[in-house]
Design a protein around this ligand. Structure first.
Ligand SMILES: [Zn+2]
Length: 195
């Protein structure tokens, strides 16, 4: 035996290590970006019962975790109806639960949203003076990650926001042209995208 086999084994071991280091590096970069966008520090990390990774400013409630799973379940169902196959596993997703920067919208309805830089929405009806209120925001496509606001009630809205942010990610990985056509809501259009 000897040498050749050992060399092969060590080569495999080496590639496994570097892959996990690579994943770790990507995850750290995405976490940093989520913190930068939201202005929060995500010190709690857990998983939903179905396996999505969740980061929170505080310990995510069971109702939040269940609502996230429901939103992903709804997303995967509608994605399959559209014959999309990629990124339809709970473990593919990382959700950051940010502190809400408002709890009510202009109509006075419960609407925990995150203030983010206006970017392409500057000057639009959404612009509140350099920032906009967003129910959710995609942070990264690989790994697939997005931000949502923390809810203490109306968890059906959490499921909806998860499904809607997930639509952008599913489209990005399955139908890049349709992704491009629907990504920027300042050009009109909204959610749901997938029927
Ligand atoms: Zn959207």
């Amino acid at each position: 035996m000897g040498y050749k086999k050992i060399l092969f084994f060590s080569a495999v071991l080496f590639s496994v290590l570097t892959f996990s280091e690579l994943v770790h590096g990507q995850n750290a970069a995405v976490l940093a970006r989520a913190q930068q966008i939201s202005g929060d520090r995500f010190t709690f990390v857990t998983r939903t019962p179905r396996g999505a990774a969740v980061y929170g400013v505080s310990r995510p409630s069971r109702a939040m975790l269940a609502a996230i799973d429901q939103g992903l379940t709804d997303l995967f169902a509608v994605a399959r109806r559209n014959r999309y196959r990629t990124r339809l596993n709970y473990a593919d997703y990382t959700i950051y639960i940010a502190k809400a920067d408002r709890t009510k919208n202009a109509d006075g309805q419960y609407s925990p949203d995150i203030a983010v830089g206006a970017a392409q929405y500057a000057g639009s009806e959404y612009d509140k003076g350099g920032y906009i209120y967003a129910a959710g925001m995609v942070v990264a496509f690989s790994p697939s990650a997005f931000l949502i606001g923390e809810h203490t009630t109306n968890f059906a809205r959490v499921s909806e926001v998860v499904r809607y942010e997930g639509e952008h990610i599913v489209l990005y990985h399955n139908d890049r042209r349709r992704y491009q056509a629907t990504a920027d809501h300042s050009q009109g259009g909204g959610h749901p995208i997938l029927q």
